[in-house]
Every structure is written in C-alpha cells, then in structure tokens.
Ligand binder design. Structure first.
Ligand SMILES: *Cc1c(COP(=O)(O)O)cnc(C)c1O
Length: 387
C-alpha cells in the first residue's frame, strides 16, 4: 500500500542546516561562561561578516527587523516622515518604518530582477518633492537576487536620500563583483531560521561608515551613557545578539559558501527539469533572472507559471498538489501595498509585483534537502504535469 501523505516526512521550503563547528562554538561559550549579549563570539561573528562582505563595520543584533529599526532610527526617521520601500518584500523591511511613526511609500518592482524599479523610484521621489522628501530608500535583493543597485544609488544620490539595502535574503550574492549589503549607506542581514545561514534568530547591520555601526551598538544596548551608574540621555533598545547564538553564527559562516553552492544546485536541478521534460510537454514556466554580472545565492528557487501558457494550470494547483505529498511550496511574498495594514500608504505601482505574486511559487530549497527528497519533489511535479 502506498504511504499516505501524513506518513511522509515533510520536505520544508527552507530549513536550518547546522554542523559540528556550530556546536563547538556553543560549547565554548558555555565553558567560558560567556552567556550574555556580548563576548568573544559576538566580536568574532562581526569580524567574519566584515571580512566576508568586504564591508568595514558590522554589528550583530537580535534580528534583521531590529537591524532595520536601528538603521532608520539613525537616519532620524520619525513621526510624519516618509520612507521609500520596495513593495515586493517581507514585512521586515517595512514594519520598522511604522515603529518610528513614519509612513512607508511603496515602489513597485521591475520584471527582470523582481526588485525595486528605478523608474518607479524616480517617479515617487519627483512626486514627493522637497516638502515630503523621504528619509531613506530601502531596496531589497529578493530571494537572493541583486537589485538594480547602480541605477538606484545614482537616483538616490541625485535626490540626496540615503539607501539602506535589505540584504536579509542575499548574503553572499554579488552585484558586479561586490557583495550585496556592501553597496548602500547601510545594509541589514537576517539569520532567522529560514535564511541561508541561521543563528535561530538574529541579524546584523553593516556599513562602510563607522559612526553608524558604533551608534547601532549604543542604541542596541539601551543607549547607556558613559557613566559608572546607568544613565540614559535618550531611549534605546535591547537588540544585541547573544554570545551563544553568535557562536552558531561563526560556525555557519565557515560553511556559507557551501550552503550557497547547495542552494544554487537546487535551482539548476529544478530549472533543468522544467526546461527539458516539462517544456517538451508543452508547458512553460519562468525563473527569476539575474541581472548582467550579478550572481544570486538562490536562497529560494522561485518560478512563474502563467495559466494561459500552461493549459490553465495555476501555481496554486501545483502548490496544493505538492502539499498533499507533504512538500512545502509557497506563493511569492504578497506585496506590501496589498496588505490590509498598509492600505492607506502611498504606492507607485503598475501591477508588476501583484502580477508576480499571482503566478509565482517558491519550491523547496533547503541546503540540506537530500537527493532522494529532491527527486521526490521532481517526481511529484512531473506527475502534476501528467508525466
Ligand atoms: C527575513 C527578512 C527580514 C528580517 O527578518 P528577521 O526575521 O527579523 O531577521 C527582512 N527583510 C526581508 C526581505 C527578509 O526576508
């Protein structure tokens, strides 16, 4: 009798993948009693990130969202201010705007990279004008795929607005030879459990400018003035990363390039399936495109499935067919300008991200997916397409 779906082990979209060295670092933290949001692993993890990304300053923090909150606080974002966000993203880019009493202004994506459209950005900036000049621009490298950074940075410079890269999903991806996260005034990374490397929960803020990272450390430790007693001249946050978790991060940094290679291999494997056998059956799907001279870490393999080119089949039918086999696939991020919580936010959109959301699907992309599991996914996709 065939196994029923409930008996099948779940194949996750993106699961944590830890090794031996992580545990050694954690044991070290226990042995040395560095059980605090500071210590040698915190410093070591920061150095690893700086070296890897070729960015001179880094502070590790409790989450990517916390990092974005601090970045915006340091750019003096406050009540009544505007911040330009890529609409097509996870809420970790845009919620911190609201924490500070400011309003996000959403900008649509372009069809190639699926990231912030430079023309839409320019329209938003021109329209807001000097009176409502935004305090920051937050492009995202979605699913690991680098955004049009040269165009975005040059527009930002012309309008004199700082850029905070949301590189939460793109650790290790490169834009014309430079690591994503090293290009803007500041950038954030995330080490949440589903990201390419993880500390269970965690994040980082990096910058070419020392003062931002020093100020981030100050704000992340409750804004304590220099004094023997506890004294505060402003409000701070409790956002530092635990030394125990930073130990996990150091172990993960040692295998980051392997993890990227594994995710990229997943992508090539799926693409091969769709571009050979499934295409020969008369179906057609599209994968997220890298811009010229850019390399995506392929955090998640994502595809687009137009019903009109697939005999009426939809990504939702495919998702449900996979779910029946205990295979986790997921629609693309729902654009922020379509979220109920942001229904009143201004949006410069032309339907691109909404269109991507409607027909896009993320496939199981873990770096520790086994060959057998990946074959099982492929077999079920083939079955779905009647093969
Ligand atoms: C994961 C993520 C974040 C931040 O996430 P945390 O879970 O707070 O670490 C921010 N932006 C994007 C695009 C993300 O995917």
């Amino acid at each position: 009798m065939p196994a029923s779906p409930a008996d099948l082990p779940k194949i996750w979209l993106s699961s944590p993948h830890l090794g031996e060295q992580e545990l050694q670092f954690v044991n070290e933290a226990f042995a040395d009693n560095w059980i605090a949001p500071l210590g040698p692993h915190v410093n070591g993890f920061e150095k690893d990130l700086q070296d890897y990304n070729e960015v001179p300053h880094a502070a590790v923090l409790s989450s990517g969202t916390a990092a974005m909150h601090l970045a915006l606080d340091m750019l003096d974002v406050g009540p009544g201010d505007k911040v330009i966000c890529q609409s097509f993203t996870f809420c970790g880019s845009s919620h911190p705007v609201t924490y500070l009493g400011a309003q996000p202004v959403f900008v649509d994506s372009e069809a190639d990279s699926w990231n912030m459209c430079p023309q839409a950005l320019e329209r938003a900036l021109a329209d807001l004008g000097e009176a409502q000049k935004p305090k920051a621009i937050i492009p995202v490298h979605l699913y690991g795929n680098p955004a049009q950074m040269e165009e975005i940075l040059s527009i930002a410079e012309r309008y004199q607005v700082p850029v905070v890269e949301d590189a939460a999903e793109s650790l290790g991806s490169t834009y014309r030879g430079q690591k994503t996260g090293s290009l803007g005034d500041m950038a954030i990374y995330s080490f949440n459990g589903n990201k390419i490397i993880t500390t269970s929960g965690g994040g980082a803020l990096v910058s070419p400018q020392q003062h931002y990272v020093e100020q981030a450390r100050f704000l992340a430790t409750q804004a304590r003035d220099e004094a023997p007693h506890y004294q505060h001249s402003r409000i701070g946050y409790n956002y530092r990363l635990s030394n125990v978790l930073a130990g996990i991060g150091r172990g993960q940094m040692a295998v980051l390039d392997e993890r990227i290679a594994q995710r990229q291999a997943n992508f090539r494997h799926y693409r091969h399936l769709f571009e050979t056998q499934i295409q020969e059956k008369g179906y057609r799907v599209y994968f997220q495109q890298e811009l010229p001279d850019c390399v995506s870490n392929r955090w998640l393999t994502t595809l687009l499935m137009k019903p009109a080119e697939n005999q009426g089949k939809t990504r939702e039918d495919l998702r449900l067919a996979l779910a029946e086999q205990n295979i986790e696939a997921r629609p693309l991020w729902k654009p922020m300008h379509l979220q109920p919580v942001f229904k009143d936010a201004p949006a410069y959109v032309d339907g691109t991200s909404e269109g991507l959301f409607n027909i896009g699907l993320c496939l199981p992309s873990s770096s520790n997916i086994t060959d057998e599991q990946r074959e099982f996914v492929v077999e079920k996709v083939r079955e779905y397409f009647g093969m």
